[in-house]
Design a protein around this ligand. Structure first.
Ligand code: 13P
Length: 252
């Protein structure tokens, strides 16, 4: 069955609010009318108001890069799912490897954040992926299966409509080393089989599974042509409007 591709930029800690506004003004004319995929920009929290305003009435949807799992309370510096929704955010990246590596994110907190995001009606882009050492040991499948299953603990069939999995091999992030299209497709297909075991084939076939890790204007078409790759989560190349546009075009 045809799944809609999702092309999401993950800006990481880049761009000020005014740069973000200028970037959207540059990007929108380039991607306008390209309705063949969903287009998302996942921006630093402080940029959300500027980007929601700049994208109003356009085909560009806004995502956040993290969400706290509590409804509200004494969590200084954190942002809740309800706050994101009220601010106009539709998507949120959860469990990015940089958060796992630098901010003590665990499979348990990824699951808690996922449930909080889904309960609030956000679309959750859940990141999974193996380290280079894990690939070399031949345990890629064990690693991504565990991350996927734990992230989806207590996530209902109904909520799976709003789940996107991003397969991001950690060794390919920001390194210029892309997984080959075959390597990426193989793991995305494996993740789909993990989802199928828990939720059945229909839900697995309807779930978007993105690839992320040095996706760029040059390699996007080949990656996005693979049967199990339903879009991309793009870091560096999403910060350049012409490059991001080429990737959006490759997903049409
Ligand atoms: P790069 O595209 O810069 O490798 O980053 C990928 C990524 O981490 C997206 O979330």
């Amino acid at each position: 069955m045809a799944r809609r591709k999702v092309i999401a930029g993950n800006w990481k800690m880049n761009m000020t609010p005014s740069q973000a506004k200028a970037f959207i003004e540059e990007l929108y004319p380039c991607v306008k009318g390209k309705h063949g995929c969903d287009i998302v920009v996942c921006v630093p929290a402080i940029n959300i108001p500027a980007v929601v305003k700049a994208t109003a009435g356009t085909c560009i949807k806004v995502g956040a890069q993290n969400v706290h799992f509590a409804k509200s309370g004494a969590f200084t510096g954190e942002i809740s799912a309800d706050m994101l929704v009220d601010a106009g955010v539709k998507y949120v990246v959860i469990g990015h490897s940089e958060r796992r590596q630098y901010f003590a994110e665990t499979d348990e907190t990824v699951n808690a954040r996922t449930k909080a995001a889904l309960d609030a009606g956000l679309k959750a882009i859940i990141c999974v992926g193996e380290l280079l050492s894990e690939r070399e040991q031949g345990i890629t499948e064990e690693v991504v299966a565990k991350q996927t299953k734990l992230a989806l603990l207590d996530v209902t069939e109904e909520q799976m409509k709003n789940v996107i999995i991003a397969y991001e091999p950690v060794w390919a992030i920001g390194t210029g080393k892309t997984a080959t299209a075959e390597q990426a497709d193989e793991v995305c297909g494996f993740i789909r089989s993990v989802i199928a075991k828990k939720y059945g084939k229909a839900i697995a076939n309807a779930t978007a599974i993105q690839y992320g890790g040095s996706m760029n204007a040059k390699n996007a078409a080949e990656l996005l042509a693979m049967p199990n790759i339903d879009g991309g989560l793009i870091g560096g190349a999403s910060l350049k409007a012409p490059d991001f546009t080429v990737i959006v075009e490759a997903a049409q």
